[in-house]
Design a protein around this ligand. Structure first.
Ligand code: UFG
Length: 343
């Protein structure tokens, strides 16, 4: 499938401070800012991010360190913040919620306070479809009730509420794109997904194809879906990055509160993902059925047109085969993540 022509992105004023800019979605977003000539400074503690994924100036700072944060804000004087830094494992958030409340909620509060102490008012924050919880109707539009079922989703929703309150009380301009399933990699193969441990379906399936794992485990085949496996809306990481640029441009242009879904509107089952990966890689990819993974809703698919209406954003690289191929090219070049291969 050919990729449709881009809708021009409005210009963004820098410098932009990208927190978590050494991570998966952050590094792709930084790259797009740089490609548009926007000055970027990355702030990352490198706990899960990768130095090799960043070419922009990098401040190695923990968001828990308020003094260092204040110092960076005073020196950089950001015209906007894009905030990706967070813990993002749903399962881990159930067993260690304290970590999620500290690293997500408390650290974001530190960041907002650093902004409040300076002139910086515009912030784009990574939210998630996990804030909706179990869907009561599909597809999921932004007005769907937000009743998260995991501490991870709850921390993200708490932060959405903080942002709304800071917007009303202190004149902050806030955007919270709610991602569906981020996937894929940069089309030039230089940036991609590397988590340790890896828990996401597409990279795990591709690790089987590369001989790094024996088989893929399918978590449940008794869901009320056409083939019995869970359905997700996989959205290309470069499309996500593009939405962040648009969101920051909209805030700098005067928008005050933007809460938008970022998905393609099309869902694929676990079996369809595995089948696509077999086609892309030419590997048989053995699969084994296991019990359902706790906390997995049967189907999560994005609905509505708000992201297009308010940001002029439409996903462009939507074919699952393209998403899987980009991820495959990155994994083959970097089998051990950023520790291997050229970046
Ligand atoms: N799956 C398998 N086998 C695996 C890994 C995953 O069958 O080895 C299945 C899962 O059960 C799920 C689907 O593949 O049905 C996708 O799972 P991922 O772990 O790739 O992604 P999730 O949908 O669980 O998680 C994503 C984001 C989270 C976000 C969540 C919202 O990664 O950050 O969506 O539900 F919170």
């Amino acid at each position: 499938m050919s990729t449709p022509a881009p809708i021009p992105t409005p210009s963004v004023r820098g410098p932009v401070l990208v927190c978590g800019g050494a991570g998966y979605i952050g590094s792709h977003t930084v790259r797009q800012f740089e490609e548009r000539g926007v000055e970027v400074v990355v702030l990352d503690d490198l706990s899960t991010g990768h130095r090799a994924a960043v070419r922009a100036p990098l401040e190695v700072v923990e968001l828990g360190n308020r003094d260092r944060l204040a110092e960076v804000f005073a020196r950089v004087r950001p015209a906007g913040v894009v905030h990706f830094a967070a813990k993002c494992y749903v399962g881990e958030s159930v067993t260690d919620p304290a970590r999620y409340y500290r690293e997500n909620v408390l650290c974001t509060w530190n960041l907002l306070e650093a902004m409040r102490a300076t002139e910086t008012r515009c912030i784009v924050f990574s939210s998630t479809c996990a804030t909706y919880g179990n869907p009561v109707k599909l597809p999921l539009t932004e007005d769907h009730p937000q009743v998260p079922i995991s501490p991870y989703g709850k921390t993200k929703l708490h932060i959405e509420h903080m942002l709304q309150d800071y917007a009303k009380a202190y004149g902050f301009r806030v955007a919270a794109p709610r991602y569906f399933n981020a996937a894929g990699a940069a089309r030039d193969g230089t940036l991609g997904e590397h988590h340790d441990p890896e828990t996401h379906l597409i990279p795990l399936v591709l690790q089987v194809a590369l001989g790094m794992r024996k088989e893929i485990t399918i978590f449940g085949e008794d869901y009320p879906t056409p083939d019995g496996t869970c359905i997700r809306d996989y959205i290309h990481v470069e499309d996500l990055a593009d939405a962040h640029l648009r969101a920051l441009a909209a805030l700098q242009g005067g928008a005050s509160e933007l809460f938008v879904n970022l998905g393609t509107g099309t869902g694929f089952s676990v079996r369809q993902v595995i089948e696509t990966a077999r086609k892309v890689t030419g590997h048989p990819i053995p699969a084994r059925i296991a019990e359902r993974r706790p906390g997995d809703p049967p189907e999560l698919v994005s609905g509505g047109t708000r992201a297009f209406d308010v940001l002029g954003w439409k996903p462009r690289r939507t074919a699952l085969e393209d998403i899987v191929r980009d991820a495959w090219n990155f994994l083959r070049a970097h089998p051990r993540g950023f520790d291997s291969g050229a970046t």
